[in-house]
Design a protein around this ligand. Structure first.
Ligand code: HPA
Ligand code: ZN
Length: 337
């Protein structure tokens, strides 16, 4: 079996995917047409050409614009099911999906519309593809903590469909500390927590995510290497990092994939996972990310296996579910490895 096939077929989980970031231009046009939304682009190619980013903010502006076509429950359903279909062909067995309710409620779309569409597709995806899932509700950190609290209150009637809260959007100037109160409240409701930190922001934001938000995982976290005490905390505390290689190149967190620190972090004993972040915008889904990073950093099968194993260990699955997937992974590696 070639390494390419090994990467595609090895059972794995994806833990860092913004569902709105999986909106392909083709589906964007289709949904825009049926909702009678006029896009500022004349064709799919023109949209793709606009995807030239210089940093996180330059991406976020386009990302919030793109999601404006999503208005009906069916739109959120179609978006989520399209992602699951792709994930299935990538050998993904379990997904933990972020959604950004404020990107929709701010434009007058009801919270219920958003979550009902996503939830129905996740259930359909489990039936059709056997892909298990968890849903993570993110707060937009460029908005106020009061807006985050309002969002949490809107979410409580759907508490059973949500596993964790997260924190995303413009990192610089919006430290995790700003959201300590709303995360306390979410955790009091029994929700787990994660946070984007150390993508563009300093290591101190990772400390804050751990100590003030109780984050069980750090999304991105690549700047942890600037603080050796922090690396020790992440390593001994087994705090997973959900790293997104192609995203980091598109948003210029690293100049090239060859200079990415993923392998270095693995070698230091950190629980690193590979993820796609916003695949429709960054030029690749999960397998594309594995493939690209394997080639750039010359990862061997053992490293690929570790990354796949980490993805299940780092997930919010139950112990029993994790054991099931890890056994499936063992069987795969025994027969194909
Ligand atoms: N970082 C912060 N916010 C985001 C991202 C990201 O990579 N993707 C979508 N929202
Ligand atoms: Zn992200």
């Amino acid at each position: 079996m070639t390494l390419t096939t090994y990467i595609r077929e090895i059972p794995k989980a994806e833990l860092h995917i913004h569902i709105e970031g999986s909106l392909e231009p083709e589906l964007m046009f289709e949904i825009a047409e049926r909702n009678r939304v006029v896009l500022p682009f004349s064709c799919v190619d023109e949209v793709r050409k606009a995807y030239n980013f210089t940093d996180l903010q330059s991406f976020l502006t386009i990302y919030y614009q793109g999601m404006m076509v999503l208005q009906k429950e069916r739109d959120f359903f179609d978006l989520t099911l399209a992602y699951l279909k792709k994930a299935h062909t990538d050998g993904v067995r379990h997904v933990e999906i972020f959604f950004d309710p404020q990107g929709h409620t701010e434009r007058g779309i009801a919270f219920e519309t958003v979550i009902s569409g996503i939830h129905a597709a996740l259930q359909g995806g489990e039936q059709r593809f056997g892909i298990t899932s968890r849903l993570i509700m993110c707060f937009l950190r460029h908005l106020s903590p009061e807006s985050a609290m309002t969002t949490l209150n809107c979410a409580l009637p759907f508490r059973k469909w949500i596993t964790a809260v997260g924190l995303d959007s413009s990192e610089k100037g919006n430290p995790p500390a700003k959201f300590a109160t709303v995360f306390d409240r979410a955790r009091a409701e029994g929700l787990l927590s994660v946070a984007h930190a150390g993508e563009e922001g300093p290591p101190d934001y990772i400390w804050q995510a751990l100590d003030l938000l109780g984050a069980a995982r750090i999304d991105h976290g690549v700047r942890c290497v600037e603080d050796s005490r922090l690396v020790e905390r992440l390593r001994t505390g087994h705090v997973p990092l959900t790293v997104c290689p192609l995203s980091n190149i598109k948003l210029r967190v690293f100049p090239t994939l060859g200079e990415h620190n993923l392998k270095h972090m693995l070698d230091m004993g950190l629980c690193v996972t590979v993820n796609s972040d916003d695949p429709a915008y960054f030029g690749g889904y999960l397998v594309d990310n594995f493939q690209a990073v394997q080639e750039a950093l010359n990862l061997d099968r053992n490293a690929i296996r570790t990354l796949a194993e980490n993805s299940f260990r780092a997930s919010f699955l139950t112990k029993k579910e994790k054991r099931g997937y890890l056994e499936e992974l063992d069987r795969f590696c025994l027969s194909k490895g």
